[in-house]
Design a protein around this ligand. Structure first.
Ligand code: CAA
Length: 403
């Protein structure tokens, strides 16, 4: 039985900041951000958007594009590290906003940026387990990445959500049942319960990411069926490699490390050529959105399929997911014939319609936090966080507020 992703839909907030503007405000050379980190723009959420509205908007876009009745969804998983309550999960707000039926298993998952993959794998296993009913799961990864203003992490912020329909008719990506995992307790990046912004040991987090990549990839190679001949490279057989991408330069470092671990004797020119062909095509959207934590890898996948789905039909992709703390997974998937019918995840249209703000406006939005309230006139989301009343978070459709 083929199980995998039937379709993906993306949502990113309406506002964006150019990293060249941020560089000027912080008095650093623009090339440090655009070439040194590889980031061009980052998405900024307005006060009326939180992780619930990001996730629900991506979910609504997906159900509409796939023409799926919300009653068909038997499992709803929301992966995030931007939770809104210590007890009440983001997923139950999303369940309500999307009108999903009562017969549904609903919960939120957390393990830093890895949780999106934890949710996808859990949903795929649940679909495979069957249980006597047609099983379709909705998996949504959504986050708002926040670091202190003026810190080295500041240019690696971002916001967005990716919704994935997981089932037995995977038109976007057939998931392989093999995957390699790696875990260990490290303090590279975390966010204590009383903080809005993450704490990060930046350089160490890059090392932890690369160590986890090696661990997960070697675990995958040990399970590969049929086994590869001794000395044969797996990466030669994967047409594209997608990485969790806190900033595009991280994916470039990861790709170089992967080629080495895979036994491909590569000099700098060969590594650069392989990066341009196998990894760079997956990075165009993240370079313009920034880090979306749990959603990052799946934003790469959605944008890649949207840009070149037809050309990738019949090909196999490698995917690497990393969550600080840490847990990581390397897995593969095959792009089915006919993928172009579902390849439009909305990425190009969203990026073309954004409003660029200046640094003072960005700082006002960040310092103001998620206050809730009226959406701006050019608001593109489908749900609004209206505020907290009686200790309860409240949401509405933008149209309902205007009425
Ligand atoms: N022109 C071109 N490049 C320049 C430059 C210039 N004028 N000046 C500097 N650079 C280059 C540097 O050489 C460096 O490149 P290399 O890494 O290839 O050597 C790059 O710009 C970054 O510069 P610095 O080394 O000075 O590093 P920084 O102080 O800017 O911090 C960072 C970089 C540590 C990644 C920081 O942005 C950070 O802490 N980010 C958040 C943490 C993060 O994203 N970690 C990634 C792994 S953890 C993970 O993946 C989970 C997650 O999502 C958070």
């Amino acid at each position: 039985m083929s199980v995998g992703i039937e379709r993906l839909s993306v949502y990113v907030p309406q506002y964006a900041l150019r990293l060249t503007d941020l560089a000027a405000a912080r008095d650093v050379p623009p090339e440090k951000l655009t070439a040194g980190l590889g980031v061009q723009e980052m998405a900024i959420a307005p006060p009326c958007e939180d992780v619930v509205t990001l996730a629900a908007t991506a979910g609504a876009r997906l159900l509409r594009a796939a023409d799926v009745d919300p009653e068909e969804i038997g499992m709803l998983l929301v992966a995030t590290e931007t939770g809104v309550d210590h007890s009440k999960p983001v997923s139950i707000f999303v369940h309500d906003l999307l009108g999903i039926g009562r017969r549904c298993r609903v919960y939120e998952l957390k393990h830093a940026c890895y949780a999106g993959t934890a949710a996808l794998m859990t949903a795929a296993d649940w679909v495979r387990a069957d249980g006597g009913r047609v099983r379709r799961a909705l998996v949504i990864a959504a986050d708002i990445a926040r670091y202190e203003i003026g810190s080295p992490g500041e240019p690696t912020q971002g916001a967005g959500a990716v919704a994935m329909l997981v089932g037995r008719a995977p038109q976007a990506l057939v998931l392989s049942e093999q995957s390699g995992t790696y875990a260990g307790n490290v303090h590279d990046f975390w966010r204590p319960l009383d903080r809005r912004e993450a704490i990060v040991d930046g350089k160490y987090s890059v090392e932890c990411y690369l160590d986890a990549l090696a661990g997960a990839f070697l675990a995958y190679r040990g399970l590969e069926r049929p086994p590869l001949a001794a000395g044969a490279a797996l990466t030669d057989r994967l047409v594209r490699l997608l990485y969790h991408t806190p900033f595009p330069k991280m994916a470039m470092k990861a790709h170089r490390r992967l080629l080495e671990i895979d036994g491909r004797a590569v000099d700098d020119d060969a590594a650069a050529a392989s990066y341009r062909t196998q990894a760079a095509p997956g990075l165009a959207a993240v370079a313009r959105v920034g880090n979306t934590y749990t959603a990052s890898l799946y934003l790469c996948l959605a944008a890649l399929l949207e840009a070149e789905g037809r050309a990738l039909a019949g090909e196999r992709l490698g995917l690497f997911s990393y969550g600080s703390g840490c847990c990581a997974e390397f897995f593969t998937g095959s792009v089915p014939e006919g993928v172009e019918a579902v390849a439009d995840a909305g990425v190009a249209a969203l990026l073309a319609g954004r409003t660029f703000i200046d640094v003072p406006a960005y700082e006002r939005l960040v310092r103001g936090g998620e206050a809730g309230g009226e959406p701006p006139a050019d608001f593109a989301g489908e749900f609004v966080f209206t505020g907290v009343r009686n200790q309860r978070r409240e949401y509405a459709r933008p149209g309902a507020l205007a009425a």
